[in-house]
Ligand binder design. Structure first.
Ligand code: SF4
Ligand code: SF4
Length: 474
């Protein structure tokens, strides 16, 4: 089936030419109120990203994702592999939140919060504007022969790009292995830490490749979130949109002519100046409609508003709006689909909060030794053997741990521990074997549930239950 004329733009992407080669994008330097707001948001987020690994709460790194040692800190709370269920629920909540937000407000995340856009548009691109100049100067410089000016500018720009990529890799590493370890490696020098230096250089190369060359291709072809837009967006989603009803008449767009009365001539408000296209970092024409390549960066809104102001027409020809708002003047409202996502979000958040409230600093497991039943001892004493494992999730040592049976008289003997004392190091664990001994007359049958309190000195740190076996009573 042949593509309708007004849909032909969907057969190609703005960054690939007819021969299948890359169309390098030279976006015009954005300016305007939305760009200023985005700059501010970017500064805050960049500061957060760079500072977070160096903030400590109760001695815990504020954010850490140590996949190698399976240790995670989120907002200063340490999470262990034993807390994996909490991590999974948090991730699901995050994904549903992003879906909900996308259904309602399109790709706002990409334009305002995504690290790829922030680094590309607010760091690397701005350095490029500073060194190479705006769009036209960049095009000229690219076409010009390799002379002293071009070599100087290119070397300068690439060196700065490489340095920033190296810096980002270090921050990335601080999240991955912890800032303390990173700072220690830095002070020891690279020669003593070659095992870390090589991955660091590989990360640097990847970041350099992305920001110096791959650029908008990440959003267009690599990012899975970008590919999901087709299923998440609908006519009610608010996106960066061109108001074609206002911009065009039945004969399409008309160029601006000085002193003309466009209203009287029946022309739409788009003066076909192409500034919205020139400013676009993904090289699309938003006037064709919502497209997968649009990262909602708002540069075209600012640019078109500026043009409208210059020609004395109302702003907002390109603006945040839904398809239904433009077509039917329908205002934004919360749809049933969004209500469904909100309900799931509330339920999952409630479950997560409940689980967080019940979470303890200690994880204790006392299990009967497999294959062992019970043993009779002198004085009518029945003995069961157990293995225990104690996990200390805090940053303080437990230096005097002991077990006590709650509400029933009996003894607990920990194997090879003087005074039944156990030490559990900070963020570490202790394991071993223990015997529980009870008088036979205290048993209620062959299976007895016992509650074991675990103390560090006088502080109760965890409670767990065990199954104590005894002889059958007939
Ligand atoms: S910037 Fe505005 S007026 Fe100019 S082409 Fe784009 S939509 Fe039309
Ligand atoms: S169409 Fe507009 S909002 Fe979308 S990426 Fe291009 S400039 Fe940014």
């Amino acid at each position: 089936m042949e593509t309708p004329e007004n849909e032909i733009f969907r057969d190609s992407i703005g960054t690939v030419n007819k021969d299948g080669k890359r169309n390098w994008v030279y976006p015009k330097k954005p300016s305007g109120p939305l760009y200023e707001k985005r700059k501010l948001v970017s500064y805050i987020l960049l500061a957060f990203l760079f500072v977070s690994p160096f903030i400590k709460i109760n001695g815990n790194q504020f954010l850490m994702f140590n996949v190698l040692e399976r240790r995670f800190n989120i907002f200063g709370f340490p999470f262990w592999p034993q807390d994996f269920h909490l991590f999974v629920i948090s991730m699901i909540i995050g994904v549903i939140f992003i879906i909900l937000f996308t259904v309602g407000f399109g790709r706002i995340f990409c334009g305002w919060i995504c690290p790829q856009t922030i680094f590309m548009e607010m760091v690397f691109r701005r350095i490029e504007y500073w060194i190479d100049g705006d769009r036209n100067k960049q095009i000229r410089l690219d076409k010009q022969k390799w002379n002293a000016e071009k070599i100087r500018k290119r070397l300068f720009k690439w060196s700065i790009f490489l340095f920033i990529s190296f810096l980002i890799s270090n921050i990335f590493l601080a999240y991955l292995i912890g800032s303390d370890k990173l700072l220690r490696y830095v002070s020891e020098g690279p020669a003593d830490n070659l095992g870390t230096l090589f991955p660091l250089l590989i990360f640097t190369a990847v970041f350099y490749f992305i920001f110096a060359w791959f650029r908008e291709q990440v959003c267009i072809i690599a990012c899975p979130y970008g590919r999901l837009q087709g299923v998440l967006l609908d006519n009610k989603s608010i996106v960066v949109a061109y108001d074609h009803k206002r911009g065009e008449d039945e004969n399409g767009r008309k160029k601006w002519r000085k002193n003309e009365d466009r209203k009287a001539l029946g022309h739409g408000d788009c003066i076909d100046c192409f500034q919205c296209v020139h400013v676009c970092p993904t090289n699309i024409d938003i006037r064709n409609g919502t497209q997968l390549e649009c990262v909602n960066c708002t540069a075209c809104i600012d640019e078109c508003d500026d043009i409208m102001e210059k020609v004395g027409l109302p702003k907002g020809l390109i603006r945040y709006a839904s398809e239904n708002e433009i077509e039917k003047k329908e205002k934004f409202k919360i749809t049933n689909r969004m209500k469904g996502y909100i309900a799931v979000l509330i339920i999952l958040t409630g479950i997560l909060l409940g689980m967080l409230a019940l979470r303890t600093d200690v994880d204790a497991k006392i299990l009967r030794l497999p294959g062992q039943r019970y043993e009779y001892k002198d004085d009518n004493i029945v003995s069961n053997v157990f293995t225990y494992k104690l996990l200390n999730k805090t940053i303080n040592d437990f230096d005097n741990v002991r077990f006590e049976i709650r509400g029933i008289k009996g003894t607990i003997n920990v194997v090879a521990h003087e005074n039944n004392q156990i030490i559990v190091p900070a963020e570490g664990f202790a394991e071993g074997t223990l015997f529980i001994e009870l008088k036979k007359n205290l048993l209620k049958g062959d299976k007895n549930k016992l509650t074991i309190d675990i103390y560090n000195n006088e502080q109760l740190i965890e409670t767990t239950e065990v199954n104590f076996l005894g002889p059958r009573s007939y």
